[in-house]
Write a protein that binds this ligand. Structure first.
Ligand SMILES: [Zn+2]
Length: 408
């Protein structure tokens, strides 16, 4: 593979930033997929076998049941339930609600932004059908257990017998292990790779898990798990499997070709391979403050993974209980702001942040048909509409409601 002048220069840049990652005498590495040549080939083969651009029906609510295995050596590493929940919330902000992340995204990238509409929940039912809070806690004596191997090629953190914690059926639960990684922040198993079933999931260092408690700047917003969950759902890094060249990247059309990772939080714009690079993308290596979006094609690939290779998660009973859900009607608010001549629609159903909005007039003509995302008010300007009665219909997974509104 040819290494051109541009990429050599880029490599030098990486090294400078790499040094910048060494903080308080500790070197931190964002992510290591640990894929050998056969593993990379297996991933490529899997990618070639799926249709990443098939139409996925976004009206289906996709909820991924999560089990968090806390494998701690020190008391600090035995993270509180609150800190664990803050990580689940951070995943949901990234995967289900774009509202928090839009600010700070350069206009060029904002146009690419998309939201999977995927919701994560701590499992409420374990594989034996017993009620659970979706958290297991294991005390270990092994330092950096996340890097250790025992019993041949098995990674210790994934096995109780090796000092770690056993997975819950990886077909039906998204297993997240939290344990010492010796300066590495996260690791993930990608679909199609030749890995052991019992090790399927992601591993996150305790110091970057969640958004409260023991987490520290600049990896304090739970974005490490957002990034690793992206791998788990099929996404490669923006630069593909090999950093430092422009001849291959992630194989997705709407992410610009990028030579390698960005670190820190660079100023916009940054260029490599002749394009303005998407360093705000969750699949880059920048600091948490800087990781802000997925693109449309990334979302399509993740949804194809979730409805294909990982469809067992959607069939799982792990999150079958949703305490606190109320009837749909109480969670939809449609109002008309006469002064601004606009309709305002607010939808607040936990776990169903993707929905369809349709508006008809009294003659039954469909005036608006659009997808809504997240829980922020959805504004419909009606300046040119004639006064009268309109019908606003909201459809989410398994629920629909129609409300009348008068424009005057
Ligand atoms: Zn990664």
């Amino acid at each position: 593979m040819a290494v051109n002048k541009h990429s050599k220069k880029y490599f030098a840049l990486i090294c400078i930033f790499w040094l910048g990652l060494t903080r308080a005498g500790k070197t931190q590495t964002r992510c290591d997929l640990g894929l050998d040549a056969p593993g990379r080939a297996a991933y490529s083969e899997w990618r070639a076998s799926i249709d990443a651009y098939k139409n996925i029906d976004l009206r289906t609510t996709m909820t991924i049941p999560v089990v968090v295995h806390i494998v701690y050596r020190t008391g600090d590493e035995n993270l509180s339930d609150r800190q664990i929940q803050s990580q689940i919330d951070a995943l949901n902000r990234a995967y289900a609600n774009p509202a928090d992340t839009r600010s700070g995204v350069p206009k060029e990238f904002a146009e690419l932004q998309s939201v999977p509409g995927v919701h994560f929940c701590l499992a409420s039912m374990d594989p034996d059908g017993q009620m659970t809070n979706g958290i297991t806690r294991t005390k270990t004596n092994f330092e950096n257990i996340g890097l250790l191997f025992g019993d041949g090629q098995r990674r210790s953190i994934h096995y109780a017998i090796l000092g770690g914690a056993d997975a819950w059926d990886p077909d039906h639960y998204f297993n997240i292990w939290v344990g010492e990684l010796g300066g590495l922040l996260g690791r993930a198993t990608m679909p199609g790779t030749n890995l052991l079933f019992e090790e399927d999931g992601i591993v996150i260092a305790p110091e970057v898990f969640g958004t409260t408690g023991t987490v520290a700047y600049p990896f304090h917003q739970g974005k490490t798990a957002v990034h690793e969950a992206g791998h788990y759902l099929g996404l490669p890094h923006l630069w593909g499997m090999n950093a430092g060249d422009c001849t291959e990247d992630d194989g997705l059309a709407d992410t610009p070709v990028q030579a390698g990772p960005y670190l820190g939080c660079p100023e916009y714009p940054q260029y490599s391979c002749g394009t303005s690079d998407l360093f705000n993308d969750y699949m880059d290596f920048t600091d948490d403050d800087c990781l802000l979006l997925f693109t449309h094609d990334q979302v399509q690939l993740m949804l194809a993974t979730l409805t294909g290779y990982r469809k067992g998660l959607l069939e799982s009973a792990g999150c079958s209980e949703h305490p606190g859900w109320s009837p749909t009607d109480q969670l939809v608010f449609v109002s008309y702001a006469a002064a601004r001549r606009q309709l305002e629609v607010v939808w607040r159903r936990p776990g169903e942040s993707v929905y369809d909005i349709r508006i008809w007039d009294v003659a039954g003509r469909l005036l608006v048909h659009q997808k809504g995302y997240g829980f922020t008010p959805w504004i419909v300007p009606v300046t040119s509409w004639v006064n009268g009665l309109y019908f606003v219909q909201i459809i989410s997974a398994g629920n629909q409601t129609t409300q009348k509104v008068l424009i005057y």
